[in-house]
Design a binder for this molecule. Structure first.
Ligand code: SF4
Length: 338
């Protein structure tokens, strides 16, 4: 299959139906053994220092992996992608724009999907057949999520890895299904995490720290039981059609649509505190104002740029946050006993 780069989660059912293999450029950037090198390819090409590292990494990954066709999301993801798309054009790459509707409207989504299918010379009937083929993968991803928060058998880091990979199913959905099925079988044999560990929600775009943040939390008796965006990539509310599935997917729409999903999950998963990750120079960071107003739990906002690990400074902040949550939990317990 011909590879097509994607800059965020898109209706991959249509790409697969058209004979393309989607490649999430974010994933190959962040899992590269040397992501700094991919960022520097973009900086040498003229991308400004104060441009988000994900955008630069996507550019570097695309050139490094010799991907010549890219589907760029122009509405519902990142305004920087529009200029990235123009640079790809300059470099003679084939770019295909895709715009999510400005609000989660089923008819508008249907129109957008039909237009994309037409551009790629396929049909929504064919894409729906692919949707059925992908269903077991999506079900397994959501099962892994359930084993994370409900049964305490899966780490927050594993949860992150497998859910974030649902954007392109690691470029091979059959292998994804097999490997994830095996992992779930193994997880069922594990002892659960201690029930008194703090339960943390991670909201915002995936971080540049990879597994570091999850591991550090676990070193301090806290674990992530909710990865907001990553879970959305797995399509937790698939509905009964592609149009419904991508209308229920919250990431491209207003922060208030995301908030409905986040608040319901914080309650359901009995979360103690929230880590909001923001990427330096990203417009989504402004949403922190709204989260702090709307969420009734303690929030730690972490901003990452191009350090692909958790620095000592960030570790100290995470530790202080955990300490505060533990003290507040002890105080609540004492108050309940009195
Ligand atoms: S982190 Fe923000 S600025 Fe960077 S690619 Fe994502 S949406 Fe765009």
């Amino acid at each position: 299959m011909k590879r097509i780069g994607i800059t965020t989660t898109v209706p991959i059912e249509i790409l697969l139906a058209a004979g393309y293999q989607p490649v999430d450029l974010n994933n190959i950037f962040i899992t590269d053994p040397n992501p700094e090198r991919l960022v520097s390819i973009a900086e040498r090409a003229g991308f400004p220092l104060n441009c988000c590292s994900w955008i630069k990494g996507i550019y570097g990954a695309c050139l490094e992996h010799k991907i010549d066709t890219v589907l760029c999301v122009t509405t519902g993801d990142c305004s920087n992608t529009i200029m990235l798309m123009e640079v790809f054009r300059l470099k003679k790459l084939k770019v295909i724009p895709f715009a999510y509707p400005d609000q989660p409207d089923r008819q508008k989504m249907q129109d957008a999907l039909e237009a994309l299918a037409k551009t790629l010379n396929t049909s929504l009937e064919a894409a729906n057949r692919v949707r059925t083929e992908l269903e077991p993968c999506r079900r397994l991803a959501l099962k892994l999520d359930e084993l994370t928060w409900k049964e305490g058998l899966v780490s927050g880091g594993e949860n992150h890895l497998w859910l974030v990979a649902a954007s392109d199913f690691n470029q091979d959905y059959r292998r994804y299904q097999k490997e994830l099925g095996e992992l779930i079988d193994q997880c069922r044999q594990r002892p659960p995490y201690p029930p008194d560990w703090l339960r943390i929600a991670y909201i915002g775009v995936p971080s540049v720290y990879g597994q570091d943040l999850y591991k550090y939390l676990e070193d301090n008796s806290a674990r992530v039981v909710f990865n907001e965006t990553q879970r959305q990539f797995a399509m937790p509310r698939p509905g009964d059609s592609l149009a419904e599935q991508y209308s229920n997917y919250t990431y491209p729409y207003s922060i208030y649509d995301r908030l409905k999903d986040i608040t319901a999950e914080l309650k359901r998963r009995r979360v103690d505190g929230v880590i909001h990750y923001v990427q330096a120079f990203c417009h989504r960071g402004i949403g922190d104002i709204i989260f702090r107003e709307a969420l009734k739990l303690p929030i730690l906002t972490l901003e990452g740029n191009d350090d692909f690990f958790l620095s000592q400074h960030l570790k100290t902040r995470v530790e202080a946050f955990i300490d505060m949550l533990q003290r507040s939990r002890r105080q609540t317990k004492i108050a309940e006993e009195v």
